[in-house]
Design a protein around this ligand. Sequence first.
Ligand SMILES: C[S@@+](CC[C@H](N)C(=O)[O-])C[C@H]1O[C@@H](n2cnc3c(N)ncnc32)[C@H](O)[C@@H]1O
Length: 356
Amino acid sequence: MPDTHAHGTSGTTAPEPTAPEPAALLELGQSYWASKTLLSAVELGLFSLLAGEPAREPEIRERLSLHPRAVRDFLDALVGLGALEREGDVYRNSPAADLYLDEAKLPFRGGFLKMLNWQFNLWAQLTELLRTGAPQTKGPTHFDEFYAKPEAVRGFMIAMDGANALVGPALAKEFDWSGRRSFIDIGGARGNLAAAIAKVNPHLRGKSFDLPPVEPFFDEHMDRLGLAGQLDFHAGDFFTDPLPTADVLVFGHVLHDWNDEQRLALLRKAHDALPEGGAVLIYDALIDDERRDPKNLLLSLNMQLVTAGGSEYTGADCRSWLAEAGFGRTETVPLTDADMLIVGHKTKPAATAAQV
Ligand SMILES: C[S@@+](CC[C@H](N)C(=O)[O-])C[C@H]1O[C@@H](n2cnc3c(N)ncnc32)[C@H](O)[C@@H]1O
């Protein structure tokens, strides 16, 4: 019999190729255990409790009204995951959890994690999204209906502060604001991003444009940031009202809520509202043009679970909408680990041809 493994002329047998290990796939499959452990801790207010005072397991259980069965494993898993620390039998927050997950502190990011906790149930329906294409929210997918209850607006605003916390300071620095006098953050929520831009660029007049139910939360947030009177709120609906004008219009985490047709309609409106030389700034967690990096592809699935027509998109997609809406020159600038900025300049057609 010929040796089917023989290579070349030496007649030696090549080693069997090593079989791939299953561990990475299995670990990936169970990674939601860790995620949900953190999200339940946020839901229970564990980090706010421990920020007040480190505590032992029986006290934590009592104060959070928990059954004894699973709590010790839960707390020790959080230690192993780096969210808590344990000394003897006393649990305290890790430094990061203490700063970002204690509701009483201003850098609180737990609102974003609370939103993820709510979305966790939607991910259980991912197969259904794939079969039907339908969003998996049981409640409203339109903001006006969603905003019927003030507590829903507040929760969403806190989550958005968390989502734009790193983008605001980056955008304040990465874009050249020096020749601009005014900006409006369209879909600017309670003004957290506008505040970050205005803080670094005090020469700018800034506004946040959003639906009317957001206004009281904008006022409250500006008071809290000590910026009352420095930024304005413009109430309106960006689909049915004309957009107000400014040198710069920002669409941050807005286009990913809508379908291509609606995105184009918004960019056309922005083009109409801007003066010659004005700019539209778009930031979102762009899908890489090769469509290989899973991070923002997963976020795109998330958007499809929660909205009727939204998704993330590539920079190439965005630049094509900008061109179709009439913008001449575009630039793409990295902002944070997750978000990219795309700038569309409103230029005269002749200048456009020369500059592109
Ligand atoms: C995903 S949030 C983004 C918030 C903020 N720009 C950020 O980056 O965190 C989308 C925002 O668009 C606002 N929005 C939704 N529909 C709107 C409409 N028709 N007119 C004006 N604002 C709207 C929402 O209220 C919300 O504040």
